[in-house]
Design a protein around this ligand. Structure first.
Ligand SMILES: NC(=O)c1ccc[n+]([C@@H]2O[C@H](COP(=O)([O-])OP(=O)(O)OC[C@H]3O[C@@H](n4cnc5c(N)ncnc54)[C@H](O)[C@@H]3O)[C@@H](O)[C@H]2O)c1
Length: 262
């Protein structure tokens, strides 16, 4: 059966783990060839091996580094001959109330999420403009990009910034046929968050109580939305923030920050 991404080449930044790993696997299942970039290259290599060497390539990247991001995007061309779509979804946590959050912690979170997304969009779009066949760029924001969370100022600010970065990019890149959207997930059961839930049913229950659809999200939920936004089926959608949270934006998530402490 034909896949919805047949013939397309994707770059996935942060693809070694969690929802981006699941997205890389789904993209490949739907016919894409995939470059998996991650600061932890062993994670990227494991995902590429799971997909298979004919369809996937792993690369070390730190999205805060312009040269590294440029190389990641170039790799799509050198290895697979074209580049069509990217998902930018690296992870980094940095909790602390404004009084407790050092400037260096603030800067680390802003750099990984917001500056990293800016650098990715800059070099991904440069390649897409050069190819002159349009394209789709997806940035991973968060429910926290629109809903304030106590003790999470840096992350909330970075994720709000990603929403606006995506809108400005959509305006600037629309004339080139390049679509830019953001995905704003609610809580997703990722490897990274497994310790938050493990042995503490009350944490999951508190999130479920704040979610009209009555469950936390799974990585496949986000992967399926990213698949749609990468595909030609979403060819008239750009500049939008796609909430995927079981309706949690309609309520208010609990503040149980101690559960998230590293
Ligand atoms: N898990 C959730 O509940 C949730 C909810 C909303 C939004 N998000 C966002 O979704 C995205 C993915 O989250 P996740 O929990 O699936 O993944 P994650 O936090 O486990 O991180 C994904 C990958 O990013 C890599 N990474 C970290 N810093 C990097 C850098 N500077 N350059 C390159 N790679 C880097 C990590 O090595 C990791 O393999 C993140 O942006 C996160 O903020 C997560």
């Amino acid at each position: 059966m034909p896949g919805v991404l047949d013939g397309k080449v994707a770059v996935i930044a942060g693809g070694g783990f969690g929802m981006m790993r699941r997205t890389a696997l789904l993209y490949a299942q739907e016919g894409a060839r995939v470059v998996v970039g991650d600061i932890d290259v062993s994670r990227a290599e494991a995902v590429a091996a799971e997909i298979g060497p004919a369809l996937a390539e792993a690369i070390h990247v730190d999205v805060r580094d312009e040269e590294g991001v440029r190389s990641m995007v170039d790799r799509a061309f050198t290895r697979f001959g074209r580049f069509d779509t990217a998902v930018n979804g690296v992870g980094s946590r940095g909790l602390g109330s404004i009084q407790d959050c050092s400037v260096s912690r603030w800067q680390r979170v802003i750099d990984s999420h917001l500056t990293g997304a800016f650098i990715c969009v800059k070099y991904e779009s440069a390649r897409l403009i050069k190819q002159a066949e349009g394209g789709s760029i997806i940035n991973i924001s968060s429910l926290n990009g629109v809903q304030a969370g106590e003790g999470n100022a840096a992350y909330c600010a970075a994720k709000a910034g990603i929403i606006m970065l995506s809108k400005v990019a959509a305006l600037e890149l629309g004339p080139h046929g390049i679509r830019v959207n953001s995905i704003a997930p609610g809580i997703i059961r990722t490897e990274n968050l497994a310790p938050v839930f493990s042995g503490r049913p009350e944490v999951e229950e508190a999130f479920i109580a704040s979610t009209p659809l009555g469950r936390v999200g799974e990585t496949i939920d986000v992967a399926q939305l990213a698949l749609f936004l990468a595909s030609d089926g979403s060819s008239w959608i750009t500049g939008q923030t796609h909430h995927i949270d079981g309706g949690a934006t309609l309520k208010k998530y609990p503040s149980n920050l101690e559960a998230f402490a590293p």
